[in-house]
Design a binder for this molecule. Structure first.
Ligand SMILES: NC(=O)c1ccc[n+]([C@@H]2O[C@H](COP(=O)([O-])OP(=O)(O)OC[C@H]3O[C@@H](n4cnc5c(N)ncnc54)[C@H](O)[C@@H]3O)[C@@H](O)[C@H]2O)c1
Ligand SMILES: O=c1ccn([C@@H]2O[C@H](COP(=O)(O)OP(=O)(O)O[C@H]3O[C@H](CO)[C@@H](O)[C@H](O)[C@H]3O)[C@@H](O)[C@H]2O)c(=O)[nH]1
Length: 445
C-alpha cells in the first residue's frame, strides 16, 4: 500500500520505518525542514535502538522517503497516518493545534478517496472534529479512523512489530477491511471498535499503568516505615495473574511525554462532562510528590544541603531513550539547585536534550559517570541505564567526598552494596547505613 505519515517524531518515524519494512511504500512528512534533511541523510534525530539501521535499509530499498511537502505526500497515499504531537495546554487539556493544522493541510491537498488513520493520542471526539475540518474544506470522499499507538520509547521497534493488540476505531466497513489488512502481519489481536471507544482505550490504558506505578510507589513509602521490602511485595503480588508483575517497579515516579500529559488530559476529558476523576487525580498527585523523596533522603543523610555537591546519574525519563520530557530529573535538579547545591550531572545519551530543557544554574555537565561522582557529597541514580548497574561502586566510593548513594530505581543489590561503605537509600527497601541491618533480597537486578 502507499502510506504517508504526517509527523516524524517517536511515533511517526518508527511507524513509517516499520510499515516500509513490511513492504509498503511510505512517505514520511515533517514540517521541520532540518529534521527532513537529516532523515534524508540517513541520520535519526532521536535515540531509539535499532531505528537507524532499519531506516537506512528501507530508504536504500526505495520503500521509504522523506519530505516536508504535505501535498506531494497526501496525493500519493491511500492511507495517511496522523502522528503529530498533542502536548498539554496549561490547564492539562490536549493541545490540538497540530492535529487541526495537519487536517486542514490534508484536506487542501486531497485528490481522491483517503483513509486518515489517527495514531496521535487525542481526546474523545477529536476524530469527529478532524472529520468535520476536512469535510468543511473538500467534497472528496474520505474516512477518519482512530488507531491509537501503544509503543514505548526505548523498545519502539519491537513494540511495533509485536504489539499486544491493535485497536481500530471505525464505523466504515471499507476502513475496517483495509486497516485490518494493513496490520494483519503485526498482530492476531485486532480489536475493532467505534471511534470514541478507541480514543478512550488509549487514555484508559495509560491511566491504568500510571495508577499501578503510583500504587506501588505508595506501598513502597509504607514499606519504608514498616520495614518491609517493596521488591518482594511486588513480586508476591505479581505472581497473581489477575494483578500481573508489569509496572510494579517502585521508584521516583513516572515521567515521559505520555503518562503525565495523558493523565492530565483524561482528568480534563472527565471534567468536561462534569465527572470528577478522583482516583486519577490522586495518582497524579502521588506521582508529583514521589520524586521529592530523593531530596528528603539526601537531607536525612547530609542534613542541610546548601553548599553540598550532588552527583546525578541519569537524566532521561527512562533508559534507552534521549527523551527528557517530564523527566523526574528536571524537578529534582531544579530543587537541588534552589536549595543551594552544586549538581554534577551525567546521562549516557540525554545530556544535550536535558541541557536544552531549561535554564540550569550551578549544574556541571559531566562526560562520564565517574567524573560526575568525583568529589561529590552524594550520588543519586535517577535512570536505570545498564552502564550504572555495572558501575564499580568500590571505586566510585573512593572518588566521592562522602559515601552516600540514593538509588531512585532500586538498581543495586544488598550484596553489591555490602562490598562498599555506602550509606545506601533506595525506594521501599530498608536503608543500609553505618550498621547494616539490611534484610532485603538480592532479586532487584
Ligand atoms: N512518544 C511516544 O512514545 C508515544 C507513544 C504512543 C503515542 N504517542 C502519541 O503520538 C503523538 C506523537 O508523539 P511523538 O512523541 O511522536 O511526538 P513528537 O513531538 O516527537 O513528534 C511530532 C512531530 O510532528 C511534526 N509536526 C507537527 N505538525 C506537523 C504538520 N502539520 N505537518 C508535518 N509535521 C508536523 C513535528 O515537527 C514533530 O517532528 C502524540 O499524540 C503522543 O501522545 C506517543
Ligand atoms: O514499573 C514501572 C514502569 C514504568 N515506570 C516509569 O513510567 C514511565 C513510563 O515508562 P514506559 O511506559 O516504559 O515508557 P513510555 O515510552 O512513556 O510508554 C508509555 O506511554 C506511551 C505513550 O502513550 C504508550 O504508548 C506506552 O504503551 C506506555 O507504556 C517511566 O518514567 C518509567 O520510569 C515506573 O516508574 N515503574
Amino acid at each position: 500500500m502507499n502510506i504517508s505519515v504526517i509527523g516524524t517524531g517517536y511515533v511517526g518515524l518508527v511507524s513509517g520505518v516499520c510499515f516500509a519494512d513490511l513492504g509498503h511504500k511510505v512517505t514520511c512528512v515533517d514540517k521541520d525542514i532540518q529534521k527532513v534533511m537529516k532523515l534524508r541523510n540517513g541520520e535519526v534525530p532521536i535515540y531509539e535502538p535499532g531505528l537507524q539501521e532499519l531506516m537506512v535499509k528501507n530508504a536504500a530499498a526505495g520503500r521509504l522517503s522523506f519530505t516536508h511537502d504535505v501535498p506531494e505526500a497526501v496525493q500519493d497515499a491511500e492511507i495517511i497516518i496522523l502522528a503529530v504531537g498533542t502536548p498539554s495546554l496549561p490547564n492539562g487539556e490536549a493541545n490540538l493545534q497540530y492535529i487541526e493544522q495537519a487536517a486542514r493541510e490534508i484536506a487542501l491537498a486531497m485528490n481522491g478517496y483517503k483513509i486518515i488513520m489517527t495514531k496521535s493520542t487525542v481526546p474523545v471526539g477529536t476524530n469527529e472534529h478532524i472529520r468535520s475540518i476536512i469535510a468543511s474544506l473538500t467534497e472528496l470522499p474520505f474516512d477518519v479512523a482512530s488507531v491509537p499507538e501503544f509503543l514505548r520509547e526505548g523498545s519502539a521497534i519491537s513494540d511495533t512489530f509485536h504489539p499486544d493488540r491493535i485497536v481500530i476505531g471505525t464505523d466504515s466497513e471499507t476502513v475496517k477491511e483495509k486497516l485490518t489488512e494493513l496490520h494483519s502481519k503485526l498482530a492476531n489481536n485486532i480489536l475493532i471498535t467505534d471511534v470514541r471507544s478507541a480514543e478512550m482505550i488509549k487514555y484508559a490504558s495509560n491511566a491504568f499503568l500510571a495508577t499501578k506505578i503510583s500504587f506501588i510507589n505508595e506501598i513502597a513509602n509504607i514499606c519504608e516505615k514498616v520495614g518491609a521490602d517493596v521488591t518482594l511485595v511486588a513480586r508476591g503480588m505479581g505472581y497473581d495473574r489477575r494483578i500481573g508483575s508489569a509496572f510494579l517497579s517502585a521508584g521516583i515516579g513516572y515521567g515521559g511525554s505520555c503518562f503525565p500529559k495523558d493523565t492530565d488530559a483524561l482528568i480534563q476529558i472527565a471534567g468536561n462532562v462534569e465527572y470528577d476523576f478522583k482516583l486519577l487525580k490522586s495518582v497524579v498527585n502521588v506521582n508529583k510528590d514521589q520524586r521529592f523523596n530523593v531530596i528528603r533522603k539526601l537531607q536525612e543523610a547530609l542534613g542541610d544541603l546548601s553548599g553540598k555537591t550532588i552527583a546525578i546519574w541519569g537524566l532521561a525519563f527512562k533508559p534507552n531513550t534521549d527523551d527528557v520530557r517530564y523527566a523526574p530529573a528536571i524537578e529534582i535538579i531544579g530543587e537541588l539547585t534552589r536549595l543551594g547545591c552544586t549538581v554534577k550531572a551525567y546521562d549516557p545519551v540525554a545530556m544535550e536534550n536535558f541541557r536544552k530543557s531549561g535554564n540550569y544554574e550551578n549544574v556541571i555537565w559531566c562526560d562520564a559517570m565517574t567524573s560526575a561522582a568525583a568529589d561529590s557529597d552524594a550520588l543519586c541514580l535517577l535512570t536505570e541505564w545498564d552502564e550504572f548497574k555495572k558501575a564499580d561502586l568500590a571505586y566510585i566510593e573512593k572518588i566521592m567526598n562522602q559515601p552516600v548513594l540514593i538509588d531512585g530505581r532500586n538498581v543495586f543489590t544488598k550484596d553489591k552494596i555490602a562490598l562498599t561503605n555506602f550509606h545506601y537509600y533506595s525506594v521501599g527497601r530498608p536503608n543500609i547505613n553505618q550498621v547494616s541491618q539490611a534484610i532485603y533480597s538480592d532479586a532487584a537486578v
